[in-house]
Each structure stands twice: as C-alpha cells, then as structure tokens.
Write a new protein. Structure first.
Length: 561
C-alpha cells in the first residue's frame, strides 16, 4: 500500500474550503532541512526591532527589551472562557515584558469571526488555532504574512524541523508561489486521538481480545450479537465520519473527516486519483454496508446526533462507539448516571487492514497560526517573531505554556518528571485538585499551546497512564508517505473549489446510500459516471498538472543549487 491522502486538517477533521490563492513568480523551493529560502527577507532591526533581543537563538529566554503588546484573535472556549487576570498573562507581563490586546471570538462562530476580521482588513497580529490549509482563502487578498520568508528569525521552529525531520511536511504546505503562510503546531512523535471504543467489560466477559484488524472486529461483533441478541453492537457517533476517517488508511483511500477535496496520491503510479471513485473507497463502503446489513451496526449511525449515540452506549443498547480519551470519560459518567455497574469504555488501537497496519501521514502537524501581513511593517515585528518562536516552539516556552510556573503550579521530582501541584487538576490526572490548570490559571490553553506541548515528554506528562499506554500501542503502525505538494494557481483554485464541492456533495450522499443499503453496489459504475459528469477527471488532471509543475520547480531549484 503506497497511497496517501490529501488532508485538510481541522478540529476533528473539519472541511476546509478552497478559495483563491495568490500566485507569485517565485518557484517552489525545497528547504531540505536548512530553512534557507532564496526569497528570505532581511529585517531592518533599526526600523522593526522595537523590543527585540539583540541576540536570540535556541535556548535563549525571550525577554523584550521594552514593553511590547501583540494583538490576537482568541478562540474563546466556554469550557474555560477567558480571564485577563490569569497567571499566564501576569507572568508574561512581569517576566517577559509582553502583554496582549485580545479580540475575543466565541468557539461557536470562531471560523466565521476569523473570516470577518480578515475580510474587513482588521486582522490582528496573529490568529492561533489555525490548521494547515485554513490559511488558503485569505492569501490572495494579501492579508496573511508569508512566514516562510522569515524563518531565519525563528531558530526554535527551524531547529525542531531539523531535529524531528519535519521539513518535508512543512515544504508540502507551500503554495504555488513557493511560500508557506501558516506556522503549524509540531509534534515530536505522532499523537493520535480518535479510534473505536468498546465495552471492555463485555469484551472481557466474552473472552475477546483487542481486535487487531477490521475483519477481526467484525467477527467479534457477531459474537457479541449472538450473546446479546437484543443489542445492536455498533452504534456510532459523529455520523460515522470519524470511524470512516480512521479506517480509510487500511482500505487504501480517504473518507469521512479526512476526505478533504477527495484527491488521493498513488505513489506507484506517481499521480493523483479521485478517492470517491476508487476501488479502495468501494471496499471501505462495502465493509460498513455489510455491518449494517447483518444488524451489527445501527442503521441510525449516519443520521443520529451525538447525544443519542452516547445514550445508547450508556444504556447498554450498544457496545461499540467512536471516541477518544475525552469521550471515554464522558461515557463513564453516563454509566454512573444510569447505575451501569462495572461498565468500562475502552479505547482500542485503530484496527489494521488485510494487507498491513497503516495510518495516514500528517500526524505530527497540529493547529498553528497565521500572522497578519501588516505585522511586517510594525515597529515590534522582530520582537513578535522572537516571542512566537519562544512561546510556541522553544522547550522553555512550551513547558511554561503547558504547566505554568515551576514551584507554583508544578514541580519536577527527583527523576526530573513533572508533577502537577496537589491542589490543581487537568485532564483528570489529579481528580482531587480543587483548582484547574486552565480555568483558574490560563495554562494548557490551545490558543497559546500548539500540539498539546509538542515534545513527547510534555504531551505525555498531561495525560493519564492509560492514555500513554494507548499511544504507545499505536506506535508500531506504518505511516503512509507524505502527499507531495500540488499548489494551484489563482484561476485553477477558483475552478477547483467549484468542482470539488459538487463532487464531495455527491460522494457524501452516495456514501450514506451505499452503507445503508439504499443503493446497490451493482450500481457502482453508474455512480462513477455521475462523478465523471461533475468534472471528476478534469479535477484530477488539474491536480496532476499542478503536481508536475511543483516537481519541475523543485528540480530546477536543485539544479541551480
């Protein structure tokens, strides 16, 4: 298996719309690990160096030489809100000379608010919680800073790209003009979130091992159904979108939350194909259609809301559901509320396939940020770059953003391991704590912390042992190759947006019909013809032309070097 998806990352795989992208005369460059762009811009420190440190490198603590204030669009999660008196802000002001002008945006309409402030020309200095791909709609208007031009001033970011071998992934984010416009969150090791949750107590009762493949899970569902004939074993949430996504790697395709534009790269043929018309996509749908047909999966899975799916699982009407660690805690609360004694929500490793045990690539990039193009003209531009590089990418900054102030919110024990203060909790690692690291202190807050801490030590330090065990159980899986860059021009992107939207709508409709048995797989050829009538081949051809251009540009650049 040598294919790899085009991922449009977002929280829980949200669809990222395609929009117009600016086109420059510069070629696509391959940094190859050094971060030395030919188009790198030199900053005039006399004009743009207000508050900046004269010398700033890996290992240096950023302290502004005079007070600086940076504006940002803050994604306000109602679970913890926003408090200007948090220790997080106090410490940055007192110890680092940094304050913020915060533009609050409720979580419920964060993406809409982001579009509005950028469209109105009011983009703040930076916008965190921006996933790679979400910057595309805003590039053509010139609102977003081409951050790849300034990597020479971000030593911690480039050092982690070097040390963690992430340059290929970063270069894949470059647009048709050869520039990258988003700073992604980085992970030293992949950190996985979503899989399948089973009733662990039922699996133990029936003597069932953790399924290693999707076929084995299917067999186990039959065993469960035989022992519990009144139960529909698998009733999923998120309209099956998470499960389709995690399963798709082992069916040689993309689906669900990871469907994106529907493009999928065939590394053997060295070309893009359209996922929704592929044999792998059909096999994926046939698998889940078989579950529904046998009564192993609830036919309401594709239409019920999350609350209904959770209620069925809590009440023992189903024994399998999609989820993550946070979900398992919610499921256990449901068991407690209903008095279901001994019930266990067990997150299992993502099952493998018939020809291997694969996961999609991209597991080491997470939400990052866009910077406003206007910052390049601000007096404190260099200080902004240094601060962002320190807070979001240095080991010291990441530890501060994750855990707070040593001696106040956490300690390190004799082995150097982080121990949260006795009176504080986060992620239920210290359930007896009467204060919360985020709600009461402002640390471990996504707008100020990429990728849950980035380094494996920090990421693991904030989770319960069973979560780490689950992560380690995923490490043996083979990550599929990175999808090569294929940036479109302005005109192409406009057309691609129209084509991909129509195609995706048709694929999603047909997906539900095939899985629910409302449409026979004997009708597959007709379905593919419907996609062809929606310009599927033209879309694929355009993607391959963009890919070939990118390869030629890289080859030309290598020859020049």
């Amino acid at each position: 298996m040598t294919h790899n998806p085009i991922l449009e990352p977002g929280r829980r795989g949200l669809w990222v719309p395609v929009a117009v992208l600016s086109v420059g005369a510069l070629v696509l460059t391959a940094c190859g690990g050094g971060g030395d762009d030919d188009d790198a811009v030199e900053i005039d420190q006399e004009e743009l160096g207000q508050g900046a440190m004269e010398s700033f490198d890996v290992g240096d603590t950023f302290v502004a030489t005079e007070p600086v204030d940076f504006s940002l669009l803050y994604r306000n999660n109602p679970d913890h809100g926003f408090d200007e008196d948090w220790m997080f802000f106090e410490h940055l002001e007192e110890e680092h000379n940094v304050t913020f002008s915060v533009v609050n945006a409720p979580l419920s309409d964060f993406e809409e608010r982001r579009s509005l402030v950028i469209g109105a020309g009011d983009m703040p200095d930076f916008i965190p919680v921006t996933y790679p791909g979400q910057e595309v709609p805003y590039i053509s208007g010139g609102a977003v800073l081409p951050i790849s031009d300034y990597l020479d001033y971000m030593p911690n970011f480039t050092d982690k790209l070097d040390q963690w071998d992430l340059w290929e992934e970063f270069d894949a984010q470059r647009q048709e003009d050869g520039k990258a416009y988003v700073l992604p969150g980085l992970l030293e090791d992949p950190f996985y979130h979503f899989s399948v949750v089973v009733r662990g107590d039922i699996w133990d009762e029936l003597g069932l091992d953790t399924p290693t493949t999707w076929d084995e899970l299917e067999e186990q569902l039959r065993v469960v159904q035989e022992e519990y004939p009144d139960v529909t074993p698998f009733s999923d949430r998120w309209e099956l979108q998470s499960t389709l996504n995690i399963a798709s790697a082992n069916f040689d395709t993309v689906a669900g939350w990871g469907y994106g534009q529907g493009l999928y790269f065939d590394h053997d043929a060295d070309e893009f194909i359209y996922a929704g018309a592929s044999d792998g996509y059909r096999e994926l749908l046939e698998y889940f259609a078989g579950l529904v047909d046998e009564g192993l999966m609830d036919s309401e899975t594709l239409t019920q809301d999350d609350q209904m799916a959770e209620q069925k699982f809590a009440a023992g009407e189903s024994f399998v559901i999609g989820g993550n660690d946070e979900s398992t805690q919610i499921y256990h609360r449901g068991f407690e509320e209903l008095g279901t004694e001994g019930a266990e929500a067990r997150l299992i490793p993502i099952p493998g396939g018939r020809n291997g045990d694969y996961i999609h690539s991209g597991g080491r990039f997470d939400s990052g940020m866009m910077l406003s193009a206007s910052t390049a003209d601000e007096d404190n531009f260099l200080a902004l770059l240094q601060f962002i590089d320190w807070l979001y990418y240095s080991d010291e900054g990441l530890e501060f953003a994750t855990w707070g102030v040593e001696g106040e919110t956490y300690e390190r024990d004799d082995n150097g391991e982080i121990q949260i203060a006795d009176h504080i909790d986060v992620n239920n690692i210290n359930p007896d704590g009467d204060e919360h690291l985020l709600r009461d202190y402002g640390f471990y807050n996504q707008p100020f912390l990429h990728a849950s801490g980035s380094t494996t030590e920090l990421v693991h330090s904030a989770f319960r042992p069973q979560v780490i065990e689950w992560q380690e159980s995923m490490m043996h899986k083979e990550e599929l190759p990175v999808t090569p860059a294929h940036p479109f021009t302005d005109l192409e992107l406009e057309q691609v947006g129209l084509w991909s939207t129509a195609l995706t709508d048709q694929v999603q409709t047909a997906t539900a019909q095939f899985i629910l048995g409302q449409r026979s797989f004997d009708d597959w050829d007709s379905y593919v013809s419907e996609l062809e009538s929606l310009n599927m081949q033209e879309f694929v051809d355009l993607a391959n032309e963009a890919y070939e251009r990118a390869q030629e540009n890289i080859e030309d650049e290598s020859a020049d070097d």
